[in-house]
Design a protein around this ligand. Structure first.
Ligand SMILES: [Zn+2]
Length: 276
């Protein structure tokens, strides 16, 4: 409901809307972060018809003010490296020659990993080599997907450096971009990422992309199984920023209220807000 209203308002304001989307699994499993292939194709068809789809290189050049981008521009990324990206998403990208980025957790490869308690198969190096030759860029996402806000810095350095080096060795290309596992980072981690030679790093903080943004804290908007088609369209607009602000204010109010009275209904409302 709130999303619908914000979306309508965002349609009146005609300012530039450049955004990066994050997907995880594309399949028929029940993990929260999984998008069903039918829904995924519907979303991609909408982007292809209404948006200019670009690479992260173009986004970075735009942030650097080296190029301009059309008013409605999107870049598409995937995190972790699930096999279903190859089966359910890659053929679409190949068919329509659309660029995308997959941030690979190198220690996950050729295994089954748990996404919200659902075991999912991951990509093999052969598949990664193939897609990297066909318009899909490969980025680093550490070796074991640790929380980079908590890990010690020596271990963090190994996680970040070795994942970059391994991908470069396997695909024979330089890896310039990094995505923070769980979207979590701290200043010391940003320093490591810069010193290792990454050109930019991507968070899970929701918002549009603007010229002059911090290249090591680039916003991305996650699409998960709870997103209806209307919410998907809204998430591509400035409505995402207004919504994040409203959510932040509501959470603060509810947190304060919960100190006074632990009413279950309020927690239920927080749940509903989180689901949006
Ligand atoms: Zn991840």
């Amino acid at each position: 409901m709130i999303y619908s209203m914000l979306y309508l308002i965002s349609r009146i304001k005609k300012e530039r809307e450049i955004i990066i989307l994050t997907y995880h699994s594309v399949g028929s499993n029940n993990a929260f972060y999984t998008v069903h292939p039918r829904e995924f194709i519907k979303q991609m068809d909408y982007l292809r018809k209404n948006y200019h789809i670009v690479t992260l290189d173009e986004i970075v050049k735009f942030i650097h003010k080296k190029i301009d981008l059309p008013k409605k521009t999107v870049a598409i990324t995937f995190d972790d490296g699930y096999l279903d990206n190859y089966i359910n998403a890659y053929p679409y990208f190949k068919k329509y020659k659309i660029p995308a980025m997959i941030f690979i957790t190198t220690g996950y490869l050729q295994k089954r990993v748990l996404l919200y308690n659902i075991p999912l198969k991951t990509l093999s190096w052969n598949e990664i080599k193939e897609i990297s030759r066909n318009n899909i860029n490969i980025g680093a996402h550490t070796i074991t997907h640790p929380d980079l806000q908590k890990i010690d810095l020596v271990k963090a350095n190994i996680e970040i450096l070795k994942s970059k080096e391994e991908i470069e060795k396997k695909i024979g290309r330089q890896v310039n971009y990094f995505a923070y596992p769980f979207g979590r980072y701290r200043q010391e981690i940003i320093d490591i990422i810069k010193s290792i030679g990454f050109k930019a790093a991507f968070t899970s903080e929701r918002g549009l992309i603007r010229q002059g943004d911090d290249l090591f804290r680039i916003n991305r908007v996650t699409i998960d199984s709870s997103i209806t088609f209307l919410m998907f369209k809204a998430r591509l607009t400035k409505a995402i920023e207004w919504y994040a602000k409203i959510e932040y204010i509501l959470k603060n109010i509810i947190n304060k209220l919960s100190f006074l009275s632990k009413i279950n209904r309020i927690y239920h409302d927080i749940d509903l807000i989180n689901r949006l």
